[in-house]
Design a protein around this ligand. Structure first.
Ligand code: NAD
Length: 365
């Protein structure tokens, strides 16, 4: 990142898991000023950002990326150098129960953000004084490897040119938003970038996702639910590696391109769960309890993709990015983080952070 000029980023979904890690990383290293637009759904937790409470260069705005006036107002007021779009409904199981909400935020919301950003970028281009800002402007869309569908055991990993074949309503909504981003480059020449990443894990992840769910259930001696036969394979990336990749793509990515980001860590779900049990049995032993005995196989998720694997050689070759954490080091740090942050966990599990949102923001959506 260029240290001489400190950019302004409009980050959306920056109170969620990955967005908040990105915001914290940007602010801790003083790399960018952040306007953080987040609807604060159940997945958005301002408590994650508590260390930035006194930081004048981070501002959390509660609002919806689908709100045209609000987004246009924020763009004009703060004149960002980039929009980084993390905002999404992100949980596959929830998308199976309620696909409409996913289309609303992930598709319609992203379209609104693209459209408002295009208007802002065009206004910059017409103003001689803002030429540099206009040339610097980027719209970076954060997406997922789930858009590529499912792989067989011996298929090669997903590449950027793998055809899209989304299988869940979540993946379909993300695929749709990726296509809109692409279309804004080809149709309007907008300076867009897209990243497609594998499963993330690390600090501040909402405990409905596999790794924090297993850590917290195992700590509390509860059953450890594993879908189907546990043989579904995912590639795992430590969240700060993802954040660094996004920062690099923002700085050096070629306009209109997509970059696959992955951890080069393919693991079956059952091996992830047993490794967590082993780490916890060492770091926080409970007399007489072998945590693997808590593993419980449950009815498989509808349409559960069998295997995801990602070929991230393009971002390595073109931009020089590689993940720093191995699965072993990343998982160890993650388990340690959940052990060291019981207040955050308690607030999330009890829903106390929702009370805080209500007190601070009322019921506005
Ligand atoms: N978690 C992963 O493993 C993973 C992997 C690859 C890509 N991604 C993508 O990365 C992005 C972030 O994922 P995450 O795991 O941090 O998700 P998350 O669910 O933890 O956070 C999403 C955030 O978006 C906010 N949000 C939801 N709807 C909104 C709206 N309409 N307007 C404004 N804000 C809204 C939520 O309040 C929340 O803070 C998503 O786009 C997701 O598709 C996630």
């Amino acid at each position: 990142m260029n240290q001489t000029y400190r950019p302004v980023f409009l980050v959306t979904g920056g109170a969620g898991f990955i967005g908040a890690n990105f915001v914290l990383r940007m602010r801790q290293n003083n790399l960018a000023k952040i306007i953080n637009l987040d609807k604060l759904t159940y997945a958005g937790n301002p408590q994650t950002l508590v260390s930035l409470a006194e930081d004048p260069e981070h501002q959390l705005v509660r609002g919806d990326i689908g709100n045209t006036e609000l987004v246009a107002h924020l763009l004009d007021k703060y004149q960002p150098d980039a929009v980084v779009n993390f905002a999404a409904e992100s949980h596959v199981d929830r998308s199976i129960l309620n696909p409409g909400e996913f289309v609303q935020t992930n598709v319609v919301g992203t379209l609104n953000l693209l459209d408002a950003s295009r208007g802002y970028w065009r206004r910059l281009s017409k103003d001689q004084a803002n030429r540099d800002k206009c040339n610097r402007f980027r719209f970076l869309h954060v997406s997922t490897d789930e858009v590529y569908g499912s792989l067989g055991p011996t298929d090669p990993p997903f590449r950027e040119d793998t055809p899209y074949a989304p299988n869940s309503p979540y993946a379909a909504s993300k695929a749709s938003s990726d296509h809109l981003v692409r279309a804004y480059y080809h149709t309007y020449g907008m300076p867009v970038l897209t990243t497609n990443c594998s499963n993330n894990y690390g600090p501040y992840q909402f405990p409905e996702k596999l790794i924090p769910l297993i850590i917290l259930n195992a700590l509390q001696g509860k059953p450890l639910p594993v879908y189907g036969d546990g043989q579904n394979v995912r590639d795992w990336l430590y969240v700060t590696d993802h954040c660094d990749a996004i920062a690099l793509v923002l700085e050096k990515g070629k306009l209109g391109e997509t970059y696959n980001i992955g951890g080069i860590n393919e693991k079956t779900n059952i091996s992830v769960v047993t490794t967590i049990c082993e780490i916890l049995d060492k770091l926080s032993p409970k007399a007489g309890l072998d945590r693997k005995s808590l593993i419980t196989f449950v009815k498989d998720r509808l349409g559960h993709d069998r295997r995801y694997a990602i070929d991230c050689s393009k971002i390595d070759r073109e931009l020089g990015w590689k993940p720093k954490e191995s699965f072993e080091t990343g998982l160890q740090q993650t388990v340690q983080w959940y052990l060291s942050n019981p207040e955050w966990v308690e607030a999330v599990q009890s829903g106390a952070y929702q009370t805080w949102i209500h007190q601070n923001y009322g019921d506005r959506k």
